[in-house]
Design a protein around this ligand. Structure first.
Ligand SMILES: C[S@@+](CC[C@H](N)C(=O)[O-])C[C@H]1O[C@@H](n2cnc3c(N)ncnc32)[C@H](O)[C@@H]1O
Length: 292
């Protein structure tokens, strides 16, 4: 296999910069490619445990903190295994050639990966159009799609950037009680991480976001997890008092609140659960201050 970039520590921005002049289209996963893609990712061991085992704790930990140099060195020594190709594409932002792509996706096929929109062509091969990372809990492994970060592309984020899993996502996931519920509302779903968790406790997931791009990534994440979510564009004006998940039938869920107003610059995310009768529900939310 002929990788277009194998040098440890080589900057990853040169080719991706051309490819990412503006936000690329969000991948769409057709039903017939769900199983092949899941099997390709699983069989490559593209899981949290598989990546940690392949890179070692130090390089894997550095990669989680946004330092790609140790991971790049380790991956350069691993030849063209499917896992190494997946890491080059989605973690390092490297271009890989057609042969490498076919090696990493034997069931989906290079044509299938292009059809889904996970890669885009550049002079030297293909680059990833999005971040696709394994994520999981004790009972499941999922893959979460979001926009590539600036460390990977070497470019500033676009205004419509959809964040992947971050520290606040993990904190909210850890804080959220997993009580059985008929229906869970994930406000500000972003890449869909909270909805993924909620699916284990709820019969029905309603996930909203003000960003159409976020909803498209959440749809991809849900499809790859073989989950069905009711995705709706909606704007919540207060993360501390989210709309009741019951009784909403419109395609867009909007809430206006005169109290507990969200100061400008406050980014929020929230999960609310209907706990039984239509009037009973609880919520967990997190908020972070931007621009302070
Ligand atoms: C930081 S991300 C969090 C995503 C995900 N819930 C998580 O835990 O990682 C916040 C998301 O909330 C959405 N959002 C921000 N303000 C919102 C609002 N007022 N109404 C609906 N969605 C909002 C953003 O578009 C973004 O996708």
């Amino acid at each position: 296999m002929d990788e277009t970039r194998t040098e440890a520590g080589a900057p990853s921005s040169a080719q991706t910069a051309t490819a990412y002049g503006q936000s690329p289209p969000v991948p769409v996963l057709p039903p017939e490619l769900v199983d092949p893609l899941r099997r390709d990712l699983s069989e490559a061991d593209y899981t949290v445990e598989g990546i940690t085992a392949a890179l070692g704790d130090v390089a894997a930990g550095a990669m989680m903190r946004g330092d790609l140099v140790p991971a790049r060195r380790v991956i350069a020594g691993q030849g063209g295994t499917p896992l190494a190709v997946l890491l080059r594409l989605f973690a390092l932002g490297d271009a890989v050639d057609e042969e490498a792509l076919a090696t990493a996706f034997p069931r989906t096929g290079a044509a299938g990966v292009r059809r889904v929109g996970l890669v885009a062509g550049v002079d030297t091969g293909v680059v990833a159009t999005c971040d696709l990372r394994p994520y999981g809990d004790e009972s499941a492994t999922w893959w979460i799609a979001s926009d590539l970060g600036e460390i990977t592309t070497g470019r500033p984020l676009h205004p419509d950037h959809v964040l992947g899993v971050g520290g606040a996502s993990l904190t909210l996931a850890a804080w959220t009680p997993r009580l059985p519920a008929p229906r869970v509302l994930d406000l500000g779903t972003g890449c869909g991480i909270q909805a993924l968790h909620a699916a284990a406790q709820a019969q029905e997931i309603v996930a909203t976001d003000l960003s159409e791009r976020a909803l498209a990534f959440a749809a991809f994440t849900a499809a790859l997890a073989q989950q069905r979510w009711d995705l709706r564009r909606g704007i919540c004006s207060s993360p501390s008092r989210p709309a009741s998940p019951t009784g909403s039938t419109s395609s867009s869920a909007t809430r206006r609140s005169s109290s507990a107003r969200v100061p400008s610059g406050c980014r929020s995310t929230s999960t609310a659960t209907a706990g039984g009768p239509a009037t009973r529900w609880w919520s967990r939310s997190s908020a972070g201050w931007a621009g302070i």
